[in-house]
Design a protein around this ligand. Structure first.
Ligand code: FES
Length: 169
């Protein structure tokens, strides 16, 4: 009789361990998947958000356009309201982020009567040209970001934010 022979007790141990492990994995996998699911979900960053702004009514003068979207931060969902400065440059629709590139205050169009036709940040007198380019000698160190835009049924859709493409480098 060989010493390598598996006893009935060992065989049962191996079998029960294997089956038990398989069943445990079957129970744990859905729980693990559920727990990390929000992390695996795409964030919808490429989504375009509808606005009430009619594209035909846009002019060369920037106007405030508000938009709302659902923000998903892992397990936490919240409704966020944001704003863009939108105008037309020829046929092209431009949507600039109002977030100042100095310390993040909100810039306003023609916010300073001494500097018409500019975006102005009242926090530290930051100034930007209409295309979002920061004016040297004022605190902001970079141009305003730009939103991607689309049009659907005559209404403006605001997309993801990206670095300013209007400013010549
Ligand atoms: S935050 Fe806008 S100039 Fe400082």
């Amino acid at each position: 009789m060989s010493n390598n022979r598996v006893s009935r007790r060992q065989f049962l141990n191996y079998t029960l361990t294997g089956v038990g492990g398989f069943m445990a994995a079957g129970m744990l996998m859905p729980m693990v998947r559920f727990a990390i699911d929000p992390v695996l979900q795409s964030k919808g960053a490429g989504d375009f958000v509808p606005t009430d702004q009619k594209v035909a009514e846009l002019t060369e003068t920037p106007v405030k356009v508000n938009f709302s979207f659902e923000q998903v931060d892992a397990w936490y969902k919240s409704d966020v309201t944001a704003m863009a400065w939108v105008y037309k440059e020829g046929d092209k629709v431009v949507a600039l982020s109002p977030v100042c590139k100095h310390l993040g205050c909100t810039v306003g169009w023609e916010g300073d009567k001494n500097h018409p036709d500019e975006f102005f940040c009242a926090c530290h007198a930051g100034r930007y040209h209409k295309n979002g380019e920061n004016i040297p000698g004022t605190p902001p160190l970079g141009p305003l970001d730009e939103f991607e835009v689309e049009e659907k049924d005559g209404l403006l859709l605001i997309g993801p934010v990206r670095p300013n493409t209007l400013v010549k480098k």
